[in-house]
Each structure stands twice: as structure tokens, then as C-alpha cells.
Design a protein around this ligand. Structure first.
Ligand code: SF4
Ligand code: SF4
Length: 281
């Protein structure tokens, strides 16, 4: 289990604990202040500026980069940390959240200046519960005066969207707003998401999933349909066997490769049971 499962989940999956979605946590003034500042900061920044900060860290000596990463990663874990979560666990997450709202993706806004990429879901973030920070939400997400920034979804609607996002190769991640409160589900893509930019710079902003994927050699027919979906470079193809294989050291356990496989040859298994992947987060 990941560090948060031990710290916040009593050794079970921390994101399946109902209190991490509670109004009590959302009403904490410190947390609300953080959400306000988060939206104000990232609502007005660009992805290029975000990347420049990484490049600066890489220009200095190695010890300085290590020091900066150490403190920034600690802060990230405290304030806004993520984890890859596959679809079936997200179905359980949605039962715990009091509501699901669809909002534009702030990363894609920063990178493309576009608000029409509605790839993110807020959990429990209804307009009426956020009166004191509603204005900041409107400034960040509203496209026009008539536009409602909180488009409420049923669980089934949200799951249908998540399945469609998997076909596009998008990875599901959950995010804290002052850990352990979980306020959002993102659908991340290598090109535009800041979480994936952190991954490229080897900065830990999210944990791997509690799972790792495996290909069943008997079921795989070698069609290669799944290969293009993996954003973590974990899939390969054996010319000799004419089958796909997955490197458990690189696999983040997102499970999206499964969405391409008509043979159902790819399964997720618990990371804790895998001899090579159990300590990789
Ligand atoms: S999509 Fe399925 S059957 Fe095709 S190569 Fe991938 S694992 Fe094998
Ligand atoms: S191989 Fe692992 S990381 Fe890659 S898509 Fe499949 S589950 Fe995700």
C-alpha cells in the first residue's frame, strides 16, 4: 500500500475512506483558503512558466536540485497530491462523494488557454457549498456570463465519460486539497497536464496506482492495439512471441491499456503482491 494508505487509510486504500470527502474537511477555513489561492495562482499562470521553474532547478548543481525537490515534494504531499486510480475504484470513490461536478481542466487552460476541455471532476464542490470562494471559481472557469461553472453529473454519466476518456488514452488521477481531503478527479494526458510534466522531470506529485498490469500470454493475440495507449512507456512487444508484455517497474497501474484490448488479455493485480513492483510508488 502507498504511504497515504498507511498514514490516512489505516493500511487500506486511503481514497476509499468516506471522511476524506466530507463537508467537515471541506469547511476547514485553512483548506478553503488554500483552494482559493490554488485557483488564483494556477488560473493566472501558464504551463511554460511552470516548466521554467523546473528548468531552473536543473541548471544548478545536483545537490541543490535534490534539496529543492526534497522540500517541494514534502509540501506537495501536504497540500495537493495525487494518485493514479483505475476506473473500478473510481466507481467506489463516486459513491463516497456527496456530488460530482464537471469543470474545465486547469492544466489545459494554462497550456492552451482553452476552457472547453472539460476533463476534470470536482467531488463535493457544489456552488452552494462554496459561496465564499464561488467568485474565484467563476473567474477561473466561466467562459461567459451565462455559463455555469458547476455542471452536476450523475455517477453513471461520470463513469461513461471516464470510459470515453480511456479510449483517448487519458489517465485517471485523484487529487487532494490539503491532504487527506480529496476534491477532484483529473484525466491526464502527457502533452498538457502539469502532473505529467512533473513526471517527466522526475518530480513526485502523484503515487502510482495500488495495482500493476499484467498481460495474459494465452489470451493476447498480438494485435498491438494497446501499445499506443500507455503514457508511461511500460508496454513492449515481443517479436519472437508475437505478444505484448508489460514492464512492472514502469507500469503505473492506470489500467487504460485494457480499454483497447478486445481479448481482455490485460488485468490489474494488487501492487502489494507483485515481487518487482510492490515497493514502487
Ligand atoms: S490489445 Fe490485447 S490482444 Fe492486442 S496486443 Fe494488446 S494485450 Fe494483446
Ligand atoms: S501498462 Fe501500466 S501504466 Fe501502461 S497503460 Fe497499462 S496499466 Fe497504465
Amino acid at each position: 500500500m502507498c504511504e497515504f494508505c498507511h498514514q490516512h487509510g489505516e493500511g487500506k486504500k486511503w481514497y476509499l475512506k468516506a471522511e476524506h470527502y466530507s463537508e467537515e474537511l471541506l469547511n476547514d477555513l485553512n483548506r478553503r483558503h488554500f483552494i482559493r489561492e490554488f485557483l488564483q495562482k494556477y488560473g493566472n499562470e501558464t504551463g511554460a512558466k511552470f516548466e521554467q521553474d523546473f528548468q531552473k532547478a536543473f541548471q544548478g548543481p545536483a545537490w541543490l536540485k535534490k534539496l529543492i525537490y526534497h522540500f517541494q515534494e514534502r509540501r506537495q504531499r501536504r497540500d495537493h497530491f495525487g494518485q493514479v486510480v483505475p476506473l473500478e475504484d473510481l466507481a467506489q470513490v463516486m459513491d463516497l462523494a456527496s456530488s460530482i461536478v464537471r469543470v474545465p481542466c486547469i492544466c489545459r487552460k494554462m497550456n492552451k488557454g482553452r476552457l472547453d476541455a472539460e476533463y476534470c471532476f470536482g467531488l463535493g464542490l457544489d456552488a452552494e457549498k462554496l459561496l465564499d470562494i464561488q467568485e474565484v471559481f467563476l473567474e477561473t472557469f466561466r467562459r461567459g456570463p451565462e455559463d455555469a461553472p458547476f455542471d452536476r453529473l450523475s455517477k453513471e454519466e461520470a463513469l461513461d465519460l471516464l470510459r470515453a476518456f480511456e479510449k483517448q488514452g487519458l489517465i485517471h488521477t485523484i487529487w487532494t486539497f490539503k491532504t487527506p481531503f480529496i476534491g477532484g478527479i483529473c484525466n491526464c494526458d502527457r502533452a498538457d497536464c502539469l502532473a505529467m510534466l512533473c513526471y517527466r522531470y522526475d518530480f513526485k506529485s502523484f503515487f502510482r496506482a495500488e495495482y500493476v498490469a499484467e498481460v495474459s500470454g494465452d489470451a493476447c493475440i498480438g494485435c498491438r492495439e494497446c501499445l499506443a495507449l500507455c503514457q508511461f512507456g511500460a508496454m513492449g512487444f515481443s517479436v519472437m512471441d508475437q505478444k505484448t508484455f508489460i514492464d512492472p517497474v514502469r507500469c503505473y497501474g492506470c489500467g487504460i491499456c485494457r480499454s483497447a484490448c478486445e481479448m481482455e488479455a490485460i488485468q490489474l493485480t494488487p501492487r502489494q503482491d507483485h515481487p518487482l513492483a510492490c515497493n514502487l510508488w
